[in-house]
Design a protein around this ligand. Structure first.
Ligand code: EPZ
Length: 417
């Protein structure tokens, strides 16, 4: 296994380019099940989760060329309708193949994703929606077995604004018979990107990006070419890297409007953010002001930025309160941050962070994707050396992070553990 060695205290400066969005790429890859033929997806990041999604599609019989930047997918040859536990347990988003397989073939057998470090993350709302569309769903031996002669449109109201559930049912509804309405739908930019792909394929979708999405089923979809949107969480992570090191960084190919909640909180904390000619310049200040955050569904403060922002607040002046309202166990970075000298007290889904003067480098262990990013940020700001182990978590969602940070002047290297 690899680890990162970081010699902290360097102010980051210079230019960095954001890769394509992991959380847009995954459902877009899966949507090609609905559109047999030559699909070409570009601006795809080189990530472990992308490779896993490709393995799932190949297991179904799809032909895939490439694993990053440009990926060509032809699901014409798909003949197997099962996604096995081995693959689904490594990446839960694989369960999204269920709806498209049902829509195209009338049957599917997909492993339940099982637990995850940050929470139980059930898919009950996905299955409830598919059942409302006429699917017959059985859970046996840890698998979902589903059948449907033809899915039919339905009116669905989500108890929780679920990102995956909204994506799943939007795909299933694209070729269902009649109209589907998704109420209390999630509004993330990745959902809008997926809807753009489905509409390009021939689907009839209105309201993506709002809390009510209307899908009118069509007979079939055709293959497309599409460039994935930039990864807003990678972009937000670089913004905090600039802020926490007191640096001056120019971030290219990001969509600032996808990060309003983060931008306002960073500005409250005293970080200077200027968007000019499609380049976002972020300047950290010597003093970081403490700011409270509550994670919320988009356009609220993104849960995927909570660990990174908390790390910044550890070095702010004064106390801040971080409340995590999306997942039940997303404070695993806290015990690792305490090793740097942070002062954080957790009570339920709330963490009270008291700013400290500085971090001292320490050996720490990554536990999940965004927690590992927060440990790298802490290492950049800490004095002397930090070692971050189990960085396979990081490789799930950040393309060549250490190379991009080194390009901004960080003293960081990847070594074999
Ligand atoms: C997506 O996960 C993202 N993953 C997550 O990013 C992100 O944190 C999350 O949305 C929230 O923004 C991808 O897009 C691949 P949800 P998803 O369904 O779709 C509960 C990262 O770091 N829920 O919106 O799984 C669920 O338990 C990852 O890139 C149900 O109860 O999230 C959670 O508490 C981590 N039943 C809440 O809803 C369901 O059927 C939000 O989950 C579905 C969800």
């Amino acid at each position: 296994m690899d680890k990162l060695i970081i010699k902290g205290g360097k102010k980051l400066s210079g230019d960095v380019t954001v890769s394509g969005s992991k959380n847009a790429s995954l459902p877009i890859f899966i949507s090609t099940i609905l559109a047999p033929g030559a699909n070409e997806i570009s601006n795809v990041p080189f990530l472990r989760d992308i490779n896993t999604t490709i393995k799932v599609l190949e297991q179904l019989g799809a032909r895939v060329e490439g694993n990053g930047n440009v990926v060509r997918i032809d699901t014409g040859p798909v003949a197997n309708h099962e996604a096995t536990y081995e693959l689904v347990k490594t990446m839960r988003a694989s369960v999204l193949v269920l709806g498209p397989l049902l829509a195209r073939f009338g049957k599917a057998r997909v492993s339940l994703p099982g637990g995850c470090a940050i929470g139980a993350r059930p898919i009950n709302l996905h299955l409830k929606g598919l059942a409302a569309m006429g699917a017959e769903i059985n859970l046996t031996h840890g698998y979902v077995e589903a059948k449907a002669r033809r899915l039919k449109g339905a009116r669905i109201n989500f108890d929780i604004a679920t990102v995956g559930g909204t994506e799943h049912l939007m795909m299933a509804a694209a070729t269902a018979k009649g109209e589907t309405i998704l109420e209390n739908a999630a509004r993330e930019p990745e959902i809008v990107d997926l809807a753009d792909v489905l509409v390009k394929m021939g689907a009839k979708i209105e309201g993506a990006g709002t809390d009510t999405i209307r899908i009118t089923g069509v007979e079939g979809l055709s293959p497309v070419a599409h460039r994935v949107i930039p990864d807003r969480i990678e972009a937000g992570t670089f913004m905090i890297a600039a802020a926490i090191t007191g640096g001056d960084v120019r971030i290219h190919d990001m969509r600032l409007e996808h990060l309003d909640a983060l931008v306002f909180k960073l500005q409250d904390a005293g970080v200077e953010i200027v968007n000019k000619d499609n380049v976002v310049r972020v300047k950290g200040s010597r003093k970081i002001r403490s700011v409270n955050i509550k994670t919320r569904p988009y356009p609220g403060f993104p849960t995927d930025m909570q660990a990174q922002f908390m790390t910044l607040m550890c070095l702010a002046d004064g106390a801040s309160v971080v409340s995590e309202n999306i997942f039940e166990n997303r404070f695993m970075h806290v015990s690792e941050l305490l090793r740097f000298g942070a002062d954080i007290v957790i009570e339920g889904n709330t963490a009270t962070v008291k700013g400290v003067k500085k971090f001292s480098g320490a050996p720490v262990m990554a536990t999940d994707l965004r927690a590992s990013a927060s440990l790298v940020l802490a290492g950049l700001a800490a004095d002397n050396t930090t070692e971050v182990s189990r960085i396979y978590h990081l490789d799930r969602g950040y393309e060549a992070l250490e190379k991009k940070l080194a390009g901004l002047g960080a003293d960081i290297q990847r070594v074999k553990e």
